[in-house]
Design a protein around this ligand. Structure first.
Ligand code: DGL
Length: 258
């Protein structure tokens, strides 16, 4: 039977709003409750134990609200917590990992040179190492932590072109970018930087994120269990944040509607 219960989506802060935008584009009839944990951001420089605890607290809130599914719109929380969350809760939990497979598959057998930009925690966790091991025999993969890109979004500096480009140059000038086939945006905050990455990278370098695939996966899971909202249901997004300030509410709304 169709379900008009909401979907809970969370991230360490504002990054997961880039995922919400894609979910609402693909599934306009769904009600989304977004929780950004900006009071505790960034997650990417914390320990896995800290991120696991914060993730469990957020999922508990969603369970109390009665959501029908949860999207961990955060690669970092996925690395630290998804296995334990799935073992604990009996509802669909959709998670995110850097879209390395998409980047390597683009080569159709030709070895690819790929930079994975993500948080320090994502890149050093077992989950990413296992993913990388699946592709590193035939491709060249570089791990590039970019923690400052999280801070820039959280501090509402995304429109500061000079600051952003300076930061990107600091992280990427050490590479021979002309030889890189793709850059994977392995953190949901980084998806907001797509135009800046386009400015930094040669036209021949693809920019890849996992948002479209994540939203599609959510759709397919809900369709398989017949839990999609009715086609005439009124969809929408409710933005919640652990930082209760008006500044943060305005910033979250700006990221949703930008
Ligand atoms: N947006 C998050 C991710 O996808 C993490 C950002 C952070 O808090 O470090 O990994």
């Amino acid at each position: 039977m169709a379900s008009n219960a909401p979907i809970g989506v969370f991230d360490s802060g504002l990054g997961g709003i880039s995922v919400v935008r894609e979910i609402t584009r693909q599934m306009p009839n769904e009600r989304i409750i977004y929780f950004g944990d900006s009071a505790n951001a960034p997650y990417g420089t914390k320990t896995p134990e800290e991120v696991r605890k914060l993730s469990f607290d957020i999922v508990e809130r969603f369970i109390k609200i009665g959501v029908k599914a949860i999207v961990i719109a955060c690669n970092t929380a996925t690395s630290a917590a998804v296995n334990d969350l799935r073992a604990t809760y009996d509802l669909p939990i959709i998670s995110m990992e850097p879209a390395l497979k998409v980047a390597c598959d683009r080569g159709h057998g030709k070895p690819q040179r790929v930079i994975v930009a993500a948080t320090p925690l994502t890149l050093r966790e077992k989950k990413f190492t296992a993913l990388m091991n699946r592709f590193s025999a035939t491709n060249t993969i570089y791990r590039q932590p970019c923690p400052d890109l999280v801070e820039i979004v959280e501090h509402d500096q995304l429109e500061d072109h000079d600051l952003v480009m300076r930061t990107l140059h600091r992280y990427f000038d050490g590479y021979d970018l002309g030889s890189i086939d793709s850059v994977v945006l392995g953190c949901t905050h980084f998806v907001f930087y797509r135009d800046y990455f386009r400015e930094l990278l040669p036209d021949s370098t693809a920019i890849i994120d996992g948002n479209e695939g994540t939203a599609r996966h959510l759709h397919d899971l809900l369709a398989a269990s017949d839990e999609l909202a009715e086609t005439d249901a009124q969809g929408g997004v409710t933005l919640k944040n652990s930082d209760p300030s008006e500044r943060m509410a305005a910033l979250a709304a700006k990221r949703l509607n930008a």
